[in-house]
Design a protein around this ligand. Structure first.
Ligand SMILES: NC(=O)c1ccc[n+]([C@@H]2O[C@H](COP(=O)([O-])OP(=O)(O)OC[C@H]3O[C@@H](n4cnc5c(N)ncnc54)[C@H](OP(=O)(O)O)[C@@H]3O)[C@@H](O)[C@H]2O)c1
Length: 238
């Protein structure tokens, strides 16, 4: 068993990923209202935390790299810090590149999903910071296994997947997304090649959504002209 996974993202009308590149709010439309929708909607799901890719977490986490001398050899088994009833802030970080410096991201408890090849010194750093961790196989790419451990070890039943596009694409490819929650901002990026909210990095010709079909379950216009779409991911008919 794995948690129910909802991919919750904000995008421009052309499906792009970087809000800093979007056109500005129109006259009379509050940019603050538009920005506020993302967290307000995220709260409504009642999820037990959120997952992001390594690059997104590296933009958020505030720690610095440091070297821990004489780190003991540590088993490659899940490690639980002191969660203390908090939501989980989870990074998919195969090579152990994110430095936390504390056991939280905002008010949420930090959890690293790693490859077994990370160093003992890095694991010692996470333990010193109070960060929890688990492993996604030898190279850190066994996402189904990591999600099963989120359920079995951390007791997670519902979780948000919050980007970026690369990790969303990997989850789609592994059929790990149950639902999409997409906020379409009244804005455009417009640049060819600009990252999109689902951006699987795989061989040319591959179709990461193969065998899946999306069913629209809700559509709502929010204040300021933001459109909120919800889609359930189903098995595609043969
Ligand atoms: N519009 C939104 O709602 C929204 C939401 C979140 C983020 N963002 C933005 O998105 C940007 C980052 O997005 P991104 O797509 O470049 O990066 P990302 O998805 O945040 O992280 C990608 C990284 O995840 C790691 N990873 C782990 N397992 C993987 C797998 N199976 N396949 C591929 N990668 C895997 C890799 O780390 P290694 O390279 O270490 O191997 C990879 O480089 C940021 O600028 C952030 O601000 C926007």
């Amino acid at each position: 068993m794995r948690p129910h996974i909802i991919c919750h993202m904000i995008t421009s009308i052309d499906g792009r990923l970087h809000p800093s590149r979007f056109t500005r709010a129109a006259k009379g439309v509050s940019a603050d209202i538009l920005d506020g929708h993302y967290e307000t909607i995220a709260e409504r799901f009642g999820a037990e935390g959120w997952i992001v890719g390594r690059k997104t977490m590296a933009e958020i986490a505030k720690g610095r790299a440091r070297s821990i001398a004489d780190a003991p050899v540590l088993p490659r088994t899940p490690h639980l810090g002191n969660r203390g009833g908090r939501k989980l802030a989870i990074a998919i970080d195969p090579s152990g590149r994110v430095h936390y410096g504390r056991d939280s991201i905002g008010e949420d408890h930090a959890v690293a999903v790693l490859g077994e090849q990370v160093s003992d010194a890095y694991l010692a750093e996470l333990r010193a910071d109070g960060v929890s961790y688990l492993f996604a196989g030898p190279d850190g790419h066994d996402l189904p296994r990591a999600m099963e451990q989120l359920a079995s070890v951390f007791g997670v039943k519902k979780i948000l997947l919050e980007g970026g596009g690369t990790i969303n694409g990997a989850f789609l490819r592994h059929r790990l997304i149950d639902e999409f929650s997409t906020l379409i901002s009244p804005a455009v990026d417009g640049m060819a090649g600009s990252d999109s909210i689902v951006d699987y990095r795989g061989p040319e010709g591959e179709r990461p959504g193969t065998g899946q079909a999306l069913r629209l379950t809700a559509c709502e216009v929010l204040e300021g002209g933001m459109v909120w779409l919800r889609h359930r991911v189903e098995t595609a008919p043969v």
